[in-house]
Design a protein around this ligand. Structure first.
Ligand SMILES: NC(=O)C1=CN([C@@H]2O[C@H](COP(=O)(O)OP(=O)(O)OC[C@H]3O[C@@H](n4cnc5c(N)ncnc54)[C@H](OP(=O)(O)O)[C@@H]3O)[C@@H](O)[C@H]2O)C=CC1
Ligand SMILES: CC(C)(CO)C(=O)C(=O)O
Length: 335
């Protein structure tokens, strides 16, 4: 079955660095893409996003509609959006992340798609919206909002995804499979490297290996980019060692190696990939630290440590980094 992308209505909640890239690519594929903005509302409403990508080139992305709240977006389309992409930072230590959708995911027809980092993030949405279909995804995209409405992005964007099931043995229905294929088709038409991955939690753990190392080390070295982190032998080694700790936890949790090749090679593979990117990048946690915004330390670091503690796995590097990040977080939030 061929589904016309133009028939599809997408609502993007959290139109920052990541959201603007995937929204732009889906609009390029022919979907109608509306966005809910917060601090960048005025600028995006007036002139859209200005995007500079090493892979896709320079363009201006003008969403089909720009809203200042989910309520306004829902009023505009009472029959509901086909897909609601959630691209906010995920901060359960501050607020239940699913609350933001309560005004716009009211219609069961909407498939909620999470494009967010972290471990254990899906439960909030699954609990609050049990009747909606829920897709969880892993984004490799390297992007940053350099100033309001202006986005820079490195390399081709990819998205690995599947339907979230609380119990991994639950079968994906035929209807869900059609939605997955349709979403993949839109992304592919938008030149996103899209993949439906059977063991999506394994991919989440692979991504956490990136995040739990590069992001804290960048923040704790007062805002280093990946070139600086890799060129310094001490931080390079710290990245590798912290990745090995996270791999041990992930493999114990999912009860499987994280990769088909020996996962002891994963840290080096990640650093090689970072080394070969067209430009160095700053991780999103570092951008939050610089802007004194809350960092995703709960879902990226603390949840992994909690798993390690429950499984009696020693993670001294992750624990040390978390303690330092927790203080930075407290100080930023108190100011
Ligand atoms: N940047 C990257 O390269 C990558 C990031 N990720 C993950 O993707 C997710 C998004 O990250 P990223 O795009 O970098 O983050 P950004 O901070 O750039 O974007 C998040 C956006 O969500 C908006 N937002 C937050 N709360 C609300 C709300 N209540 N109503 C409306 N808008 C809201 C923010 O608005 P405001 O500006 O007002 O805060 C901001 O525009 C995170 O989980 C991150 O870890 C994954 C892969 C790569
Ligand atoms: C791995 C990295 C650094 C880029 O994809 C990321 O996920 C982030 O910036 O949060």
């Amino acid at each position: 079955m061929t589904i016309e992308a133009t028939q599809k209505k997408i609502l993007l909640v959290g139109a920052g660095a990541v959201g603007s890239i995937y929204g732009w690519r889906l609009q390029q594929a022919g979907c109608s893409v509306s966005v809910v903005c917060r601090s960048n509302y005025k600028v995006v409403k007036e002139s859209g996003f200005q995007i500079d990508s090493t892979f896709y080139g320079k363009d201006s992305f003008k969403p089909n509609a720009v809203f200042s709240s989910c309520k306004q977006a829902a009023e505009e389309l009472p029959e509901g959006y086909d897909f609601i992409l959630v691209c906010t930072k995920i901060l359960p230590d501050i607020l239940n992340p699913a609350i933001i959708l309560k005004d716009c995911a009211v219609n069961e027809k909407s498939t909620i798609v999470l494009i967010q980092n972290g471990i254990g993030i899906e439960k909030y949405y699954a609990e609050m919206f049990p009747s909606n279909k829920l897709i969880t995804s892993i984004a490799h995209v390297f992007t940053k909002q350099v100033k309001t409405g202006v986005i820079s992005q490195v390399d081709q964007a990819s998205l690995i995804f599947n339907v979230f099931k609380q119990n991994p043995d639950q079968i994906i229905s035929e209807e869900e499979n059609i939605i997955l294929e349709e979403f993949k088709d839109f992304l592919t038409r938008g030149k996103v490297n899209a993949k439906i991955e059977e063991n999506i939690q394994r991919e989440r753990w692979v991504k956490i290996v990136w995040n739990i190392s590069i992001s804290p080390v960048s923040v704790l070295t007062v805002g280093s980019n990946t070139r600086e982190l890799l060129d310094c032998p001490e931080t390079r080694n710290l990245l590798l060692e912290s990745m090995h700790e996270a791999i041990r936890v992930g493999e114990a949790v999912i009860n499987k190696p994280l990769t088909d090749t020996p996962s002891t090679e994963l840290p080096k593979q990640i650093l090689d990939k970072v080394d070969n990117l067209p430009e160095p990048f700053y991780p999103s946690m570092m951008i939050d630290m610089q802007n004194k915004r809350p960092m995703e330390i709960q879902v990226i670091v603390k949840n992994v440590i909690d798993y390690a503690n429950n499984l009696n796995i020693n993670v001294p590097i992750l624990q040390t980094m978390y303690a330092l990040l927790a203080l930075i977080q407290k100080k930023n939030l108190n100011n």
